[in-house]
Design a binder for this molecule. Structure first.
Ligand code: BDR
Ligand code: CA
Length: 316
């Protein structure tokens, strides 16, 4: 069975990705690395610990990762992130506190060790900025040829960005880190806004979780209802909330959910296009550093899978 590591900036869709990864019988979630983004890294790590304990998975270790981008000295949560995910990343709900703390080891070292241990069995799924992955590659470039596959949520190729007309949030947080990652031989799939904004969850699904009458069902219904309301204010044309991060988990385990094109990508690091994912004119012939970019998704198949796996977990 494949081993999965998630790298989360634990807001609401990250919380859904976490639950989905736990519920998927086709992979073992072996650890979570915390990142900054929707919230500060400490808050994100606390959210992951609390959610794992809510879901009865206290055995999954949680590691602290980077607290700011590789190019800046500090990090401030964007007002739009606080609005969409709540000030604490989890819809301002006070989750019951986990009875444990994050691991002592740093998340970057955990990723490096896991790459050596599990090699091509390892699936790495970053759903926040790519700072930790870029740092791990820098520290130990051997892992580029060891990791089985990286499936990242981030970027936008065929649609506009969500924090600027050009940029998607995760790539925008650390464009240089993302640019480094796109220029390695890592086996890489980009699950960007091109596909994630087509996989929507609605109040029909949260009603079904609410009806389970379990604490996990209620928390997840509240999280997603908050997310749906917040989405309405920023994306009035969408009827539901986008399953950004869960789709990356879904694709990591079952790549057939999306169709992809192979491209040499780079990330714009110049304003006003900072954070834009675009074809790299300097490397269009270099087939060793391509990224598989998801451009189409079987949304019904994904939503069925997502609900079929998550609902029993929330019911337990
Ligand atoms: C991405 O940004 C974050 O707000 C979400 O958690 C997701 O990972 C979408 O652009
Ligand atoms: Ca995220």
């Amino acid at each position: 069975k494949k081993k999965m590591i998630l790298d989360l900036d634990t807001g609401i869709d990250d919380a859904l990705a976490l639950a989905y990864a736990l519920a998927d019988p086709d992979c073992d979630l072996i650890g979570i690395i915390g990142s900054y983004g929707n919230v500060y890294v400490n808050q994100g790590v606390q959210n992951s610990l609390d959610l794992l304990s809510l879901l009865g998975a206290e055995d999954v270790p949680v590691y602290l990762g980077a607290d700011h981008s590789s190019q800046t000295d500090s990090f401030t949560v964007l007002p739009v992130s606080a609005q969409i995910h709540g000030n604490n990343g989890v819809a301002n709900i006070q989750l019951p506190k986990a009875q444990r703390k994050p691991e002592q080891k740093n998340g970057v070292d955990f990723l490096i060790e896991s790459a050596h241990k599990y090699k091509d069995q390892l699936l790495f799924v970053p759903t926040g900025p790519l700072t930790n992955l870029a740092a791990a590659i820098k520290k130990d470039p051997e892992i580029i040829d060891l990791i089985g596959h990286v499936t990242l949520m981030g970027g936008a190729l065929t649609v506009p960005g969500n924090v600027s007309p050009a940029a998607e949030a995760n790539i925008h947080q650390d464009p240089a880190a993302a640019n480094d990652v796109f220029h390695t031989r890592l086996p890489l799939t980009m699950v960007g806004l091109d596909v994630t904004t087509r996989t929507l969850l609605t109040k029909k699904e949260t009603k079904c979780w609410r009806a389970l009458k379990t604490s996990a069902g209620l928390v997840y219904a509240d999280l997603v209802d908050y997310y749906i309301e917040a989405y309405k204010t920023t994306n009035p044309h969408l009827h539901g909330c986008a399953l950004h991060d869960p789709l990356a988990v879904g694709v990591a385990v079952d790549p057939s959910l999306v169709s992809k094109i192979k491209l040499n990508l780079k990330v714009d690091t110049e304003t006003p296009f900072e954070g834009r994912t675009i074809g790299d004119e300097a490397g269009l012939n270099d087939l060793s550093v391509t990224t598989d970019v998801a451009v189409n998704v079987d949304k019904n198949k994904f939503l069925d899978k997502f609900m079929n796996r998550l609902t029993p977990l929330l019911a337990a």
